[in-house]
Design a protein around this ligand. Structure first.
Ligand code: EPU
Length: 414
């Protein structure tokens, strides 16, 4: 795959763009299929690199995956609990969902530690504590984690932080635990509701997903199901921000507006003119935008995944805007790249101040992680001249056909 994205900026975006299914749901749902004893059919799975890697890992477990048009048919009937000691495991964060799923199904899993975007420290202690509470024993040697249990037994688990990954992983492991598991201070992201509704279609007994208390009553078998993954709220947010930055009139379709209220209300506070329907957000060209302050929070707060794209837009807004990052204190690598383009952003631990009102200029810049890449694409669309984004593979990990989608609404990008 070509690893450069080239953008000639200052083109007006106009038209309609359709959001794909949610990456962070898909990357949990694929490992969750390990729990099923029958075929699972998924529709509109996003065509992103993380999904391709997870399909390879399913294949290693002898799970058959067939792709036809918008349908993915996954057959786990001949599953084998092979050790996942393959370098693909380290290519993404979400491979950690095989821990909960294989532990649940086989009471044993041995695999490499997960990789993923470098956003500073990303421990998985809460996942492991959850597995231990269910009765598992964990050994770690270098990069290899082995988790085993004679028996999994439901327990009350309090999460010190409402972690998305730990909530989902404990849900996966607890489906087959004897008795009742309660997750207190559970994460409330829409992806958690999506995964729990898929597991419930398979016969799981999960209640409370989307609230801070989730209960799982263990069952002994899960069947197959058909599932449509929810739209990707971060992809939607990315296009809405791009449209606010360079749009004349852009409609973003396949959106659940309630999932991105924290973003749309901030954009309205800035003066961006929006029209919201039941499944779309239309963005009109807006003048005289005002600076804003945002603090990233777990859902329904402002998503950490959108602070990087939003920062690109804020570089052009007169005055000082402030970003406080409470989830990943080091998620600011995009700022150095934006500064190379003429932005004036100061970064302090956990914070950035964007001295706005700057015209960005195209140059060579580097995507350091997925949402940094999205931020740089938006910056490239806003910039004078040509922007060349290196290490674009980070972007393809999570955005389905982003180059084609932007080109279709008028961007000069290849
Ligand atoms: N944390 C711990 N211990 C743990 C787990 C998390 O200290 O055991 C801390 C993390 O270090 C972080 C905070 O808790 O400071 C939040 O982490 P969380 O577990 O909620 O994040 P995650 O599950 O690893 C998912 C998404 C991220 C998204 C975050 C927050 C996936 C595969 N990843 O990560 O998505 O930023 O939730 O919403 O679902 C992205 O899409 O670009 C991305 C990074």
């Amino acid at each position: 795959m070509n690893d450069l994205i080239r953008i000639k900026g200052k083109r007006k975006l106009k038209g309609e763009v359709t959001v794909s299914s949610c990456k962070n749901s898909a990357v949990a749902i694929l490992p969750a299929v390990v729990l099923a004893s029958e075929v699972v059919k998924l529709y509109d799975v996003p065509e992103i690199e993380d999904v391709k890697v997870l399909i390879k890992l399913l294949n290693l477990l002898n799970i058959d995956v067939r792709v036809s048009d918008d349908e993915l048919t996954i057959d786990p009937t001949n599953i084998a609990n092979v050790d996942l000691l393959d370098e693909d495991v380290m290519k993404l964060r979400a491979s950690y969902y095989f821990m909960g799923a294989l532990l649940g199904r086989f009471r044993h899993v041995k695999m490499y530690s997960p990789g993923g975007c470098n956003l500073g420290p990303r421990p998985i202690d809460l996942h492991l504590k959850g597995f231990e509470a269910l009765g598992a024993t964990i050994t770690q040697e270098g990069n290899v984690i082995e988790i085993s249990a004679e028996e999994l037994k439901g327990d009350d688990i309090y999460l010190d932080f409402a972690s998305v990954g730990a909530t989902i992983n404990i849900m996966l492991a607890a489906c087959f635990a004897r008795g009742r598991t309660t997750i207190e201070n559970a994460a409330k992201e829409p992806e958690i509701i999506d995964i729990s509704s898929m597991l419930n279609k398979m016969g799981a007994q999960i209640r409370g997903a989307g609230t801070s208390e989730i209960t799982i009553n263990g069952v002994t078998r899960l069947k197959g199901c058909i599932h449509d993954i929810i739209p990707d709220r971060i992809e939607a947010g990315t296009y809405i921000i791009a449209a606010a930055a360079c749009g004349e009139d852009v409609t973003v379709n396949n959106v659940i507006p309630q999932h991105i209220e924290a973003l749309t209300s901030k954009l309205e506070e800035m003066g961006v003119r929006l029209e919201q329907g039941s499944d779309y957000v239309r963005v009109f060209e807006s003048e005289d935008l005002k600076p804003i302050d945002i603090i990233t929070q777990p859902f329904p707060g402002f998503a950490t995944d959108l602070q990087q794209p939003l920062t690109a837009l804020l570089t052009k807004v007169d005055g000082d805007s402030h970003v406080e990052e409470t989830i990943y204190l080091e998620r600011f690598k995009h700022c150095a790249e934006l500064n190379k383009m003429g932005a004036d952003i100061e970064v302090a631990p956990g914070k950035s101040t964007i001295h706005g009102g700057k015209q960005l200029h195209g140059t060579d810049i580097f995507a350091t992680d997925l949402r940094c890449g999205a931020s740089l694409i938006i910056a490239g669309l806003m910039a004078e001249g040509e922007t060349v984004i290196h290490n674009a593979y980070h972007i393809y990990r999570g955005y389905d056909s982003i180059v084609e989608k932007l080109r279709a609404i008028g961007a000069e990008i290849k």
